[in-house]
Design a protein. Structure first.
Lengths: 157, 421
């Protein structure tokens, strides 16, 4: 008698378990979407906040100066540039640094063949930047600091 | 400024307390059902159910009150999987369920520790070399100290307890991968990583722990692709992996046996194919809605409480339930990927992604093995299978993932505060 009753309960409970897990799954997915939207909204608001800054290493007279980066930055000797550096070795408009989804990119303006990234010449196209990268435009050396990123200590450590 | 509310007020995290209540409901009904299996009620089932409820509530309440930006859904998924595992284990053998719940408590402590340690990710970064040497050392020590169990010499037996150190090597590998791939533009510099992965995978193959070997090799490849986006080298790595698999097929007898069983388990039903055949029959006899909790006969399947627990779940809860379990792992991938996307920097992003890949890949390798989609390799199902080392390493990975989620949320909130005027 007891066994029969128990078996009926067990068989009925199968449906309860299936319904329960499907409901949990559904709620999980719906909640997760809500949460995702909220985070996207926050990220949208935060966009455009500076991703980092450039610090001048050389020449000596400009050393220590910093330039805060925006989403798109033109760099050159002209006052119209977002980041303008008074140094005769620079062209009026020398290079661009801009944000894309993948990160921060550097590109040469008109391939003047004097933009170097970590000692290597930047040719055609764009280069992804990492924190602590060293840029050289003309005779001006700059170091990149990205917010939130921490430089690797002593290479290969 | 139209919006004068503070960042904290503007960004409210969605609560998952409702979901937790549902999980507790599910778990309590299942344990109640198990308690009345015999005509005299089984008090132990209520005790275990009670312990689990206390643990889940304690964990959820403490974590969400301390860390506002905790990823609640990853935690909920993991808890649900642990609850399902405990129910099935209690149904098979109450004693192992009590041992497992103890491991769950230990794992929770490990998770808390990992969350706290991930507050300073650079701590791990400095220790990369130490982790690497420790992992390689443990793998080598297994050749001397390891004892054979279930066909693989990857166990260290101390008294009555047996440990599977390769489980912890998996967690260490995530940090090693992330460290070398975080600044991935200098590909020439990653040879120590390559050496490490090849050495560990090679040693795992020699110890006949094929599941872990496949898992670590694939995880390394996926994380490499995500970090560099280098299609050529990824395909090359995949090719090398395939070549290795083919070479393994011709070199090792046990690989050939596995493949033969996979092709036709019924041919060797009385011998090596017994496990897969029994598993398939269990899943089939369960049908769409299952035979009902306590109505199946899981003990007919070898390794019913560890590797083959998915077959037992399908037998007693039905295929729909089994598919839902797979869907839970899928949800875990999505949530893990989101955590990685919101991570504050590349290093922690790769750590979060590595943890996610490791957990989900492991579950798919074993589930696919059980349902005869790929040749079976002995590996545990994360969070669900019985096994101290396995649960511990899964909880550690969960803790690391949560740590990154919290850091990501805090960074976003900080930027949000910056734009407030």
């Amino acid at each position: 008698m007891y066994e029969n009753a128990y078996e009926i309960v067990v068989l009925a409970m199968r449906y309860v378990f299936v319904a329960l897990i499907l409901y949990i799954l559904l709620r999980l997915v719906l909640h997760s979407i809500t949460e995702f939207r909220a985070v996207q909204q926050i990220k949208e608001q935060v966009r455009g906040v500076s991703s980092g800054y450039l610090e001048v290493l050389a020449p000596q007279e400009l050393r220590g100066e910093t330039f805060v980066l925006r989403r798109e930055n033109s760099i050159g000797r002209s006052k119209r540039c977002d980041i303008f550096i008074r140094h005769e070795s620079l062209a009026l408009l020398h290079a661009f640094i801009y944000e894309k989804k993948q990160g921060l990119f550097l590109t040469d303006y008109e391939n003047r063949a004097n933009v170097y990234l970590n000692g290597e010449l930047v040719k055609k196209g764009e280069e992804l930047l990492y924190t602590a990268d060293e840029l050289q435009l003309g005779d001006v050396k700059l170091k990149l600091h990205l917010n939130g990123e921490q430089a690797e200590e002593a290479d290969g450590q | 400024m139209a919006n004068k509310k503070s960042a904290r007020a503007r960004w409210k995290r969605v609560s998952a307390a409702g979901l937790l209540t549902l999980i507790i409901l599910f778990e309590l009904t299942a344990f109640a059902l198990l308690a009345f299996r015999e005509s005299t009620p089984d008090v132990n089932a209520f005790i275990l159910g009670g312990i689990l409820v206390v643990l889940l509530l304690f964990q959820y309440l403490t974590l969400t009150s301390i860390f506002r930006h905790l990823d609640r859904y990853i935690l909920i998924i993991a808890n649900l999987l642990v609850a399902i595992g405990l129910i099935v284990q209690y149904r098979i053998d109450p004693e192992i369920a009590f041992r497992q719940v103890t491991w769950f408590a230990v794992g929770m402590v490990a998770m808390y520790v990992c969350i706290l340690l991930m507050r300073r990710p650079n701590f791990f970064r400095k220790l990369t070399l130490v982790i690497m040497i420790a992992c390689a050392g443990v793998m080598m020590a297994l050749f001397v100290l390891g004892s054979e169990k279930y066909g693989a010499t990857n166990w260290i037996i101390i008294g009555d307890n047996s440990l599977q150190p390769s489980e912890l090597v998996k967690a260490g590998t995530v940090f090693i991968l992330a460290h070398w791939l975080a600044n991935a533009k200098r590909l020439r510099g990653i040879w120590p990583l390559l050496l490490y992965v090849v050495a560990v995978v090679g040693m795992l193959v020699l110890q006949r722990d094929l599941g872990a070997a496949v898992l670590i090799a694939l995880t390394a490849l996926i994380v490499f692709y995500v970090a560099t986006g280098n299609k050529g080298l990824t395909v090359l790595g995949l090719g090398a992996g395939c070549a290795g698999a083919v070479a393994g097929y011709f070199m090792f007898d046990h690989v050939r046996v596995r493949v033969a069983i996979w092709k036709n388990p019924w041919a060797t039903y009385t011998g090596s194919g017994y496990q897969i055949a029994q598993g398939l029959m269990a899943i089939a006899s369960g049908g769409v809605f299952g035979m009902g909790l306590t109505r199946g006969s899981p003990k007919l399947i070898p390794a019913y409480h560890t590797d083959y627990i998915f077959a037992v779940i399908c037998e007693e809860f039905g295929i729909i339930f089994g598919v839902a379990v797979i869907a839970l792992y899928l949800a875990l991938i999505v949530r893990g990927a989101l955590v990685a996307l919101n991570a504050p920097d590349r290093y922690t992003m790769l750590i979060a992604f590595g943890c996610t890949v490791l957990i989900t890949l492991q579950s798919f390798i074993i589930i696919a093995g059980v349902i005869k989609l790929i040749p079976l390799t002995g590996i545990t199902m994360p969070f669900v299978s019985y096994g101290g080392s396995s649960l511990l390493s899964s909880m550690i990975l969960l803790g690391i993932l949560e740590g990154v989620a919290i850091a990501g949320g805090e960074t976003l909130e900080k930027s949000l505060r910056e734009i407030e005027v």
